[in-house]
Design a protein around this ligand. Structure first.
Ligand code: MRU
Length: 356
């Protein structure tokens, strides 16, 4: 029997006509667990932009629900007007965060579903789009559980795993991608009574998704974990205290290059130097066949304040700042990519294409 999820980052509360989108405010974690409610596409777009919700799959789910709200709130009396309103909502939601491809994948899936529903006229469109957004959420959780099973088979019992950023329940519909695989390893150890796994949690400067979110998830679920700052990873690898690295992804190019949270590339280079396997876990919706290689991936630049300040307190001198929020790990540094459709290895151009 599967346990009820302890962490639910996003849900639709109520029926399709009067419901709202509820999100756990990730800006306030780990200090406070506050649920926020959104009732328009504009509000959802702001929640994504400000990172109340974040993580590639979760952003996609939020955008899909934003589209459902836009359809529900429409007063259009003809299909063409509704189509234009949905296009506008899609543009608004799509302008929030450029790197996570799940956002654009979800918007495109909602657009295609609208065109299918439109064949039967205006009346069922809003209800149908609401159902589609719930399907995207449910499919994401199922994909994560499947990745958990497939990924756990790669990780030995008792392994000490380094993860970067938060690729957990919070970054998805629930359960998580990289942290989902770690969850599955933890569940396996509990069931078998075998040696426990241990997670090294990279703090993940500047936004601290590791220290704030992954650490919170591990504590909440009793997964043994230790927090380190990003610049400590090499030290623990050198001492033989890290057996594997497991991260999520915001976009995987056709050749297997992976865009993920800034700092992932540095960890991959360190792992290669120390002969430690570097794994990426991501659902089908993160695979971007249209982008040939990592060089073409747009890297989001975020505000300088997220680098110079922590919780409103200035920690840096007055100086120029760069803040790329993601970097690209070349495919050649990746031991395997764990997807819900199977585990693939190099050469990725062929193995990823085989998943479609
Ligand atoms: O800027 P964020 O917090 O949205 O970045 C999230 C990440 O980089 C995650 O590692 C990635 O989305 C994978 S999440 C399953």
């Amino acid at each position: 029997m599967q346990r009820a999820p302890l962490i639910e980052p996003i849900a639709w509360r109520g029926d399709w006509r009067t419901g709202v989108v509820e999100m756990l405010d990730q800006l306030l974690l780990p200090g406070e667990e506050v649920l926020r409610r959104y009732s328009s596409a504009r509000e959802v777009a702001e929640a994504i932009r400000s990172m109340v919700i974040r993580g590639a799959p979760a952003i996609g789910i939020a955008a899909a629900m934003g589209m459902a709200l836009a359809a529900r709130d429409s007063r259009a009396t003809d299909l063409e007007t509704l189509r234009q309103e949905l296009d506008a909502a899609g543009t608004l939601l799509g302008a929030t965060r450029p790197t996570a491809v799940n956002l654009f994948w979800a918007l495109e899936r909602m657009r295609r579903r609208f065109e299918e529903l439109a064949r039967n006229g205006l009346s069922g469109a809003a209800e149908g789009l609401h159902a589609e957004s719930l399907a995207i959420l449910a499919e994401d959780i199922a994909a994560n559980r499947r990745m958990g099973q497939l990924g756990a088979a790669l990780i030995p019992e008792g392994a000490r795993i380094l993860t970067h950023c938060n690729a957990g329940a919070l970054a998805t519909g629930g359960y998580g991608t990289a942290l989902g695989v770690i969850r599955a390893c933890h569940e396996r150890a509990l069931q078998s009574g075998g040696p426990a796994i241990h997670v090294w949690v990279d703090e993940t400067r500047p936004y601290l998704q590791g220290a704030r979110l992954t650490a919170w998830e591990c504590a909440k679920e009793g997964i043994p974990a230790t927090l380190i700052t990003d610049n400590m990873a090499g030290h623990f690898m050198q001492r033989g205290e890290i057996d594997a690295v497991l991260i999520g992804a915001d976009r995987i190019a056709a050749n297997g290059d992976v865009a993920n949270k800034i700092g992932s590339y540095s960890v991959a280079v360190l792992a290669a130097y120390h002969n430690i396997p570097f794994y990426v876990a991501a659902p089908y919706s993160t695979l971007d066949r249209e982008t040939a290689s990592g060089e073409q991936i747009v890297i989001e630049e975020r505000s300088a304040a997220e680098v110079t300040d922590i919780k409103g307190l200035r920690i840096a001198a007055d100086i120029a700042v760069r803040h790329p929020a993601f970097d690209v790990t070349p495919a050649k540094l990746i031991a395997a990519i764990i997807t819900d459709r199977g585990v693939v290895r190099a050469p990725y151009l062929e193995s990823l294409a085989g998943l479609f």
